[in-house]
Design a protein around this ligand. Structure first.
Ligand code: ADP
Ligand code: MG
Length: 704
């Protein structure tokens, strides 16, 4: 069979790096540890930064801490008599403006090159050593001149390394590989030419050559733009494909009869409150989805307290009125139980229609639930992961509601019905406010309903920062006692359960005793993830019932515990928490009528990033604003805790900085999806290969 050009490229890039000239088995092993296995992997290992000789300095200008490039002559080369780790090779570098010492550790072999006559181009970090400036282990090379006799300015790539691998080796491997790719025309080229042209992107060959060896800042910018575009493009394209697949999955149309419609309206009317406009809008979007014969995959997004539960409850009610069953899965049993009670009370359900299933259920009770589900009598099932157990067989599951945290992975195990009526509809709830600019990248495979207003006027939670010293801790406790006297309750949140080795953090176990002494007249309970489920539930129940006035816990309280009395929260070592996480934690208070206060206790310096996060919380109660601010502060990195939220790791793109490229990418993907951009067969092949080479995304609906 004849290989196409594209197949030949792929075959070349898939070769194992072991075959690269000058690369021995030991080095290959090191590269493997860095997840570099094939030529393609190596080529995509991008420089962390560049040493830039376009920005040349003179010695007089060098300052402590500078990463500098300069041209200098070499004098006074002194090598140690015996090769020794502690005695460096020393020399003096000079130009017309001044001189600076350079020391080379473990590099005696450089002596000959240095004495061969300069000038050289030096790169290195300048440090102050005993009042004199010095360069340690600078890199250097001969000057090269272009056709006009000017010194050539260029960038040297600096790659990520691993123990046992030298910068010069990495540079050599990549140089060789790039040459080999150029000879064979084998640069990974997945973007359709039509897209390349429309968005004025450089070729893959140019991009890869120049991202490694740019000769000017402009070239580097052009190369980067292409690679960023490509990376974001494949992310968006993958999500769009998933969405298309989801939408083509068949499901049964759920339509209400006249009679059922009247009952549905009555359920809405009989709620203890009037639904907000946003809630009504979301509910109607959900019901419309379920009326169709395609499976719904919708995200219901709303900040803490925006009233998602009642919307989910009504969606489940709708399904029950159509004769179907629905399941709601929560991340913890405390939360599952809470949902169970809320839903019972919202819908006024009878005991035999709804069931709660958790890990520690008694066998007899479980048997009863299993039978009720199989017969179809139980229409509503609320539970933890336990409801994905093999033994749970639904009679007619039509809707699965799940929490964002379970978005990936667990949903797959929930057998959402694959009978002739098609799979169940899926509703994902998310309390993580996401800047709109990112929603498409994070949730591009889902349809979106947003609860953007609070259903009732929520009080703002006054938030302050204090130190961790005894005086502040006592003052905070006095304030806490006054809250309890007024009918409130107090949360303390600690970053860790046990004392850590390096011991800087306030651990729950030691802090509980402290809190008891600070609140002598009150009862103090504690809660953490290491406890048994039963124990945790018992504690929560007792705290909610008012048996305890103070609860010391880890961030396990983050997930939706409702205790209306609670109006005072103290977060210890607040510097250890992210903005989104603190906002979620703080959402545990301010639910009742009492004025609520949140205290962020930390010794973080005022000019630190951690303190900047805390300051954002003091200034705003708005989850969306905080999310924007969070993204701004962090760039992207672990925004929201990357893995948990299914956020992809990018090699080069930065969602915050590359917002403009992201806009173009969204447009490009839409063009392709709508068929408004005609692609050749070759382009389709490249797109498929690109998808595989870029992201392996868990597809929540794949196994449904
Ligand atoms: P979320 O799960 O989005 O954080 P919940 O569903 O727990 O929010 O709702 C927060 C509180 O607001 C609950 O006590 C709920 O009963 C109440 N609530 C929900 N919708 C409304 C509404 N339309 N009017 C008044 N209160 C509401
Ligand atoms: Mg909730």
């Amino acid at each position: 069979m004849v290989q196409t050009r594209f197949e030949a490229q792929e075959a070349f890039l898939n070769q194992p790096i072991d075959g690269l000239a000058g690369l021995g088995p030991k080095t290959a092993e090191i590269l493997h540890r860095m997840s570099i296995f094939s030529y393609g992997d190596l080529l995509k290992t991008l420089p962390r930064r560049y040493e830039n000789s376009a920005d040349l300095h003179i010695i007089e200008e060098l300052e402590d801490g500078h990463e500098a490039a300069f041209i200098a002559e070499v004098a006074q080369i002194r090598a140690p008599r015996f090769a020794s780790a502690r005695q460096p090779l020393r020399c003096l570098l000079f130009d017309d403006s001044g001189q600076i010492e350079a020391v080379f550790f473990n590099q005696n072999y450089l002596k000959d090159r240095l004495s061969s006559g300069g000038p050289f181009l030096f790169f290195g970090r300048v440090r102050r050593n005993a009042r004199r400036l010095q360069l340690q282990n600078p890199r250097f090379q001969m000057l090269t001149y272009d056709a006009n006799g000017e010194i050539e300015t260029f960038f040297s790539p600096i790659y990520p390394l691993s123990q046992g691998l030298k910068q010069s080796q990495m540079q050599r491997f990549l140089k060789n590989l790039i040459q080999a790719c150029a000879r064979r025309d084998a640069f990974p080229d997945y973007l359709p030419i039509e897209i390349e042209r429309k968005y004025q992107l450089c070729s893959a060959a140019f991009a890869y050559e120049k991202i490694h060896y740019p000769r000017s800042a402009e070239e580097l910018a052009i190369a980067k733009r292409r690679l960023i575009f490509e990376e974001l493009f494949f992310m968006r394209y993958a999500l769009a494909q998933m969405k298309r697949k989801n939408q083509s999955a068949a499901a049964s149309c759920l339509c209400l009869s006249e009679e059922a419609r009247a009952e549905f309206k009555a359920s809405i009317r009989d709620l203890p409150f009037k639904l907000s406009e946003a809630q009504l809008r979301s509910l109607s979007e959900i019901c419309k989805d379920m009326e169709r014969s395609q499976a719904m995959t919708r995200l219901l997004q709303g900040d803490v307290g925006s009233g998602k539960t009642v919307v989910a409850a009504l969606a489940m009610r709708y399904v029950a009125l159509c004769g179907g069953q629905s399941a709601l899965m929560a991340p913890t049993s405390i939360l599952a139980e809470q949902h169970y009670h809320s839903i019972c009370s919202y819908l006024g359900l009878k005991e035999d229609e709804i069931a709660l299933i958790t890990g520690q259920m008694k066998a007899r009770e479980r048997g009863r639930v299993e039978a009720g589900l199989a017969s179809g009598q139980i229409k509503y099932l609320i539970g933890t992961q336990a409801l994905t157990s093999e033994r749970i067989q639904f009679n007619n599951l039509r809707l699965a509601v799940t929490d964002e945290q379970q978005r990936f992975g667990v949903l797959q195990r929930l057998k959402l019905g694959s009978d002739e009526a098609g799979r169940a509809h899926v509703l994902v709830m998310s309390a993580t406010p996401i800047p709109r600019s990112l929603a498409l990248i994070l949730h591009g495979d889902l349809d979106l309903s947003i609860l953007d207003r609070y259903p009732r006027k929520r009080q703002t939670i006054d938030t302050y920062t204090v130190g961790l010293n005894d005086r502040d801790t006592e003052r905070v406790a006095q304030l806490g006692c006054r809250q309890i006297e007024a009918g409130g309750a107090v949360f303390y949140v600690c970053p860790v359960i046990e004392e850590q080795e390096d011991g800087d953090l306030i651990s729950l176990t030691s802090f509980v005793e402290r809190v008891k002494s600070l609140y002598p007249q009150y009862r103090v309970a504690f809660l953490h993830g290491g406890q048994k489920e039963v124990e945790k539930q018992e504690t929560m129940r007792a705290f909610a019932a008012g048996d305890y006035q103070v609860l010391v816990s880890t961030s396990v309280v983050e997930v939706g515990i409702d205790v209306e009395r609670a109006n005072f929260m103290v977060i210890m070592n607040a510097e250890r928490f992210g903005i989104a996480q603190m906002h979620q934690l703080r959402g545990r208070i301010g639910r009742g009528h009492l004025k609520s206060i949140c205290i962020l206790a930390s010794d973080a310096p005022e000019d630190s990033r951690a303190f900047e996060r805390m300051r954002s919380l003091c200034r705003s109660n708005d989850g969306f604003k905080l999310a924007e601010r969070d993204l701004e502060l962090r760039g992207q990195g672990d925004f929201f805790g990357t893995r948990q939220h299914g956020m992809p790791q990018f090699r080069i793109a930065n969602l915050y900085e590359n917002g403009d490229v992201l806009k173009l990418v969204n447009e490009a993907v839409d063009l392709i999806e709508c068929g408004n951009l005609r692609l050749s067969e070759e382009a389709e092949t490249r797109l498929d290969a690109g998808l595989k080479s870029y992201f392996v995304i868990d597809d929540p609906a794949a196994a449904l």
